[in-house]
Structures are given as C-alpha cells and as structure tokens.
Design a protein. Sequence first.
Length: 327
Amino acid sequence: MLFPEYRPRRLRQHDAFRRMIRETVLSADDLIIPLFAIEGKGVKNPISSMPGQYQLSIDNIVKAAKTAYDLGIPAMMLFGIPDKKNPLGTGAYAKKGIVQKAIRSIKEKVPDIALITDVCLCQYTDHGHCGVVVGQAIDNDATLDLLAKTALSHADAGADMVAPSDMMDGRVAKIRRCLDEDGFSNVPVMSYAAKYCSAFYGPFRHAADSAPKFGDRRTYQMDPANALEAVREVTLDIEEGADIIMVKPALSYLDIICRIREEIDLPIAAYNVSGEYAMIKAADKAGWIDGKKVMMESLVSIKRAGADMILTYFAIEAAKEIKNGNR
Ligand code: PBG
C-alpha cells in the first residue's frame, strides 16, 4: 500500500497512538549510576567538567546510592579516588582502600542496590596507566595478577559484581578463575569488552585524577576506527567467562552496540561516558539545546541500538523524568 492510501502520519496523530506503537521505552531498570568515592567525611567536591557530579566521601556516597535506589535505579558503578598513588597502584587492592571501605558501608546501609565495582589501576598508579609500567610500555601479564587481586578484594568486601575496565588481554579469564577459586563463583563479571581509546573520557580523568602522565592508552584501548575488532574482543571476553559485556563510549558507537546485539546473546551494557554528559550539560547551560530532551533522546537511542543497560551520569535526572511520565 502506498500514498495516498498508506499514510504513516495516521498513527502519529494521538499521544495514545504514539504510546501504543512506541518500540523502545526507557525504564529506571535500564540505568546504572556511576559514583566516585573519596576519603574524608562530609565531602562533596563538585566536578567542574561534569556539572551535577561530585567526588563523595563514603557518608555521602551512601546517601547518593540510597537516592538512586529509591528512584528505581537498580545498580551503581563504584569508582575510587585514593589519597596516595604509587607505581603498582597498591591502593586498588588494599583491604582498607577507598573502594573496599565504600563497598562495606554501602552494602551495610543500602544492601539492595547492586554494587558493581570498576576494576582498574589507573586511579591508583602514579603514572596514570591501567597496568604495570616497564620502561615506557604497559606489561600485560604482570598486570593480570594485580587486577585479579583487585577484583577479589572487591568481592571480599561485598561487591555484587566486578567490572574490569583496563583492557589487558586475558584479564576476564584470570579474574573469573580467581573468583571461582576463592568461593565467589556467584559474582558476575561485567567486562568492558569493546572499550575504545576515546577523547570522550576527558572529564572522567579530570574527576578521577587518572590521566596518563606520559603517552596515551592506544596500546591497550581500541582504535575508534575498528568494528570487526569489537566483535572479536567481545567474543574473547565471553569465552573467558564474562557475564555481561560492555561497549564504551555509547553515542559515537551505536553501530557497535547494534552489531554486537545481532551477534551476541549475552546482556549488553553501554557506557554513556563523561564527555557525552559534559557536552550536553555545556550546550544546555549555553541555552543552545534543551538538555533534558537531549538527555532522554540520547538514552533512548542507546537502548534502541540494543543496550540492555546504560551506565550514565544522567541516571538520577533520567529516573526523575521517567517517574514524571517523560520517556
Ligand atoms: C578506568 C575507567 C575510565 C572510564 C571508566 N573506567 C577512564 C579511562 O579508561 O581512561 C571512563 C568513564 C567516563 O569517561 O565516563 N580505566
């Protein structure tokens, strides 16, 4: 049937029709809120490049987790900002490290939120790289032990899920094996599987003070030009035991999400990263776009592309919109 018999606009005439034929509906269940833990008490340091986001001391991160959970957000991703850094990033796997302490408090006070922890070394190393540095290079295999130690220390403190974001080869297998051996066979691994070497991480590195002091991350994170390689990376991580695989960033990589959705039957997470957040906030502040509408459109597009869950700094704002009936 063609025009004039067929008119696609017919079903766009009423809000009720539009709701009936809507293919993708955003829910608070889709959202994961990233939070940054810092030492101290009563600390709430605004992150200037990410308006509305803060470095939070543990008492405040507990409050943020509760607010999120009460708005229907099922999960959080926890990042730590330690007081001290050193070459081997020992703070990442210290029993009383910032993340380990935060996990214990959050699990005690907000037990129902799914607490996912970012497993990486870059916030904890003085050189800012995600692995052990030998000369000017990142030593893959030497890093695996430290990542596994970090993941174990998180599970031991009570983390519900661990999420390696370092992009070393073989880390999912190593972490899975160590968790299983230590009695954590029920702790899932969310793997940052297709993680690109992206300039969109800029504000995060500012927030977490984790920018590399020399060079860049191109020898371990993926080239933004590659799509087939993403399928390969994801396939590898699944074979190594990943339970959920992630594509990161999200908005410039919707094709990757879509492609992985077609090839893979595991849950897919997408990370709507700091730079994506910052751009929308900046343009909204300048009065150039309607930030709330662009936020909701971005999130629904990530879900439409095939993501089952979205890590986003917009989680609270978006959950409020959803609650008010705006999707
Ligand atoms: C740690 C890590 C990064 C992000 C998440 N985990 C930074 C990086 O890889 O440089 C970025 C998150 C964001 O930009 O929102 N490796």
